[in-house]
Design a protein around this ligand. Sequence first.
Ligand SMILES: *Cc1c(COP(=O)(O)O)cnc(C)c1O
Length: 215
Amino acid sequence: MSINKIAYFNILHKAEQKNALLVAVSKTKTISDIKELYDLGHRDFGENYVQELVEKQRQLPEDIRWHFIGHLQTNKVKLIVPFIHLIHSVDSLKLLLEINRQAKNSNKEINVLLQIFIAKEETKFGLDERELKEIMEQYSKNSIEHAHITGLMGMSSFTDNLQVVQKEFDLLKSIYDKYAQFRILSMGMSNDYEIALERGSSMIRVGSLIFGGRA
Ligand SMILES: *Cc1c(COP(=O)(O)O)cnc(C)c1O
């Protein structure tokens, strides 16, 4: 397998036109695929599974910025804290507190995004607006000094209906805009990144268009 360079530069160009960051989602892809993109100058990579990420991180250059975008279990936090750049998928106070605790132990500060549920599908994780509000209240009250909530992440419904996707991204953007301290809005994947960029995304997570489909 080999990466699609034309697609990569095309997506990178569109992201840069909107001042957005492209995270290349490399889950299930090989070390040599990642190395190929790295050699083109790319540094931000996203992974979904802790074990896979830990193994890849060990084998690849130190200056890669690793983004964790999958569902994260509390007991796995300590495995990624030593090197993770941004965790996109915090969906509970318990997880946030564990990231803070492990970061403190490692003498680190970790940036995280809260994952918001905007899709129609039950299978997707995330907080609703009320839960977000509660976490933000706890965050401002407690001394959570080693985990920094820097923005939001969301995934749209899996549908060809563009209006549904637009509406979901607009909803996420409107929630994002309510919190002046947020700086990162992570939304948009292979099938909807262009809509996401139009609707105010500052970080897109694209895998299959760059690396090819996954089994
Ligand atoms: C797999 C995944 C992506 C990338 O999906 P593609 O459709 O391959 O671009 C983005 N975000 C999350 C949370 C994912 O799990």
